[in-house]
Write a protein that binds this ligand. Structure first.
Ligand code: GUN
Length: 294
């Protein structure tokens, strides 16, 4: 059984970032600063935001977590983001999703300064991915591509099937697989005869948001299975993915577990994006200083 150990791969990525960040105070006078905003008390968001703070600590990145009540008006949240955009000591801004219904997610995301958008959700960054222009890549799809690479799986020439068409995972990961020269089929839980489509896959990315929806009847032997699900088993209440791991793992070429697969990679890539935003801002600041000296 070939289990792709996302926890170990993310740990080595964070270790490398920690070493890199350790040199920043001498080089730049400070370390990167990530601000994470949580609105309300959604239990999953509470855990995710806490894990992001822990990862910052592990990498030596400064973290500020701002928590607002569920009732915060949209304009107040937008004003907070405006202040963070203008703050020279803030390098990355992340608003944990989902937001309460009275707040327009798209308006909030658009407000985040493009150069501080560590999530890669800003329309300019999304466009950059699709147009192959410079952009911040979204963390989960980026993490999935790193998992494949670490497992020695080159997407080139392979048939990849992605289940799920969200802006956060399905759409961007399909584009990244396409850019890595896979032939990509993008489908969803309502795709007619889904098993006949998924059985064609040599790489299967499952981001359907349904506990254990992917059974052994939907996977061909040798397929590399990436499980993006983060669900609760309705019978045991235990954390599980979209894939029935115990059934699929024995026939899969390689498979990610839940927890310990994609999840830790998302956070490691968030740390990487924060460092990238910091370095980009440092180099812009240096350019501006040069121009005023000239
Ligand atoms: N909610 C679920 N995944 C994500 C993510 O990657 N970023 C943010 N901001 N919210 C999320």
């Amino acid at each position: 059984m070939n289990i792709i150990d996302g926890k170990a791969i993310s740990a080595s990525l964070k270790e490398a970032l920690k070493e890199q960040v350790a040199g920043f105070p001498e080089q730049y006078g400070r370390v990167p600063h990530l601000v994470v905003i949580r609105v309300g008390e959604d239990p999953a968001s509470v855990v995710y935001v806490r894990n992001k703070a822990k990862a910052c600590e592990a990498c030596g990145i400064r973290n500020t977590t701002l928590v607002f009540p569920e009732s915060i008006p949209e304009e107040d949240l937008i004003a907070v983001i405006g202040n963070l955009n203008a703050d020279p000591d803030v390098d990355g801004i992340l608003v944990q999703l989902p937001l309460p219904e009275h707040i327009g997610e798209a308006r909030v995301i658009e407000t985040i300064a493009r150069e501080k958008d560590v999530d890669g959700f800003h329309p300019y960054n999304v466009a950059g991915l699709w147009q192959k222009t410079p952009h911040m890549a979204p963390c989960t799809p980026k993490g999935i591509m790193k998992l494949l690479e670490a497992a020695g799986v080159d997407p080139k020439g392979k048939r990849a099937v992605v289940i799920g068409r969200s802006n956060i995972v399905g759409l961007p990961v399909a584009k990244m697989l396409l850019d890595a020269n896979a032939t990509v089929t993008l489908c969803h839980t309502r795709t007619v005869d889904l098993p006949s489509v998924t059985r064609q896959a040599e790489i299967l990315v499952v981001a359907a948001g349904r506990a254990k929806m992917m059974g052994v009847d939907m996977v061909s032997p040798g397929c590399v299975v990436i499980d993006v699900g983060m669900d609760r088993d309705p019978l045991t209440g235990k954390l599980c993915g979209d894939v029935d791991f115990d059934a699929v793992a024995p026939i899969a070429g390689a498979i990610t577990p839940v927890p310990g697969g994609v999840g830790p990679m998302t956070i490691a890539c968030l740390m990487e994006n924060t460092v990238e935003c910091f370095l980009e801002r440092m180099s812009t600041a240096a350019d501006e200083r040069l121009q005023t000296e000239e």
